[in-house]
Design a protein around this ligand. Structure first.
Ligand SMILES: [Cu+2]
Length: 232
């Protein structure tokens, strides 16, 4: 295997590329200095030749947050959402068909996509906010191939960071396209006491026409945002 530090600027020999595998039974130390100005949301995952999909789909990855000495958004509650998808066989094992099988061939053409969407290893979690409270969502697209198109119906997203670095000023958007491995940070706000909204992903057609999944054009729910009845 190897550990690739996705998005960080560091010496290539310590970036866990397929050229620097750690062989079975061996170990290695990754040594690097993180340059100033790197504050942001990143992730790490294995990157060995040919077996990256298998290792990542079995859960070998995680988030990496680099904090600045002085954060302009300090004081805003933070949430980390690591998004992925996966597919399982009837016995519960991860479905990783060989590329010579029909499904394996589709995976090879489109990129492997799963029908179950995970957030931090669980499905459809609930985040609670206070009425009017802002929260900062650090979102990592750790799916192998899925492209998310985030939207909260009836609400704008305040896009503040992309791939490790706050913008000079926030961008107000109705939806946000986030490709695989991309990281975004958005601010969301609690609504009326007791109200509920859902962060969804809207359809995004990136498929070969012959192998488009049949439900590709359906929006999917990702996270429930529930506003408490507490005082703001
Ligand atoms: Cu990567």
């Amino acid at each position: 295997t190897s550990v690739h530090w996705h998005g960080l600027h560091l010496p290539a020999s310590h970036d866990g590329s397929p050229l620097h595998p750690v062989l079975p039974g061996k170990s290695r130390d990754y040594v690097f200095r993180i340059p100033l100005g790197s504050a942001g949301t990143y992730w790490y995952h294995p990157h060995p030749d040919m077996t990256t999909t298998e290792q990542v789909s079995k859960g070998l990855y995680g988030a990496l947050i680099i904090r600045p000495a002085k954060d302009p958004l300090a004081g805003i509650r933070e949430r980390l959402l690591v998004l992925s998808d996966n597919r399982f066989q009837a016995d519960g094992t991860v479905d990783l068909p060989h590329h010579t099988t029909p499904q394996g061939n589709i995976d090879a053409q489109n990129g492997r996509e799963g029908d179950i969407l995970f957030v931090n290893g669980t499905t459809m979690p609930t985040l609670s906010l206070k009425p009017g409270e802002w929260q900062r969502l650090r979102i990592i697209n750790a799916a192998a191939a899925r492209v998310f198109r985030f939207a909260i119906p009836g609400q704008k997203l305040l896009h503040v960071d992309n791939d490790g670095g706050l913008f000079e000023r926030p961008r107000e958007v109705d939806e946000l396209l986030v490709a695989n491995s991309e990281r975004v940070e958005v601010l969301v706000r609690g609504g009326e006491p007791g109200s509920r909204t859902v962060l969804k992903t809207l359809p995004y057609d990136r498929y070969d026409i012959q192998t488009r999944p049949k439900d590709w054009d359906q929006p999917r729910d990702i996270v429930e945002l529930r506003t408490s009845t507490d005082a703001p």
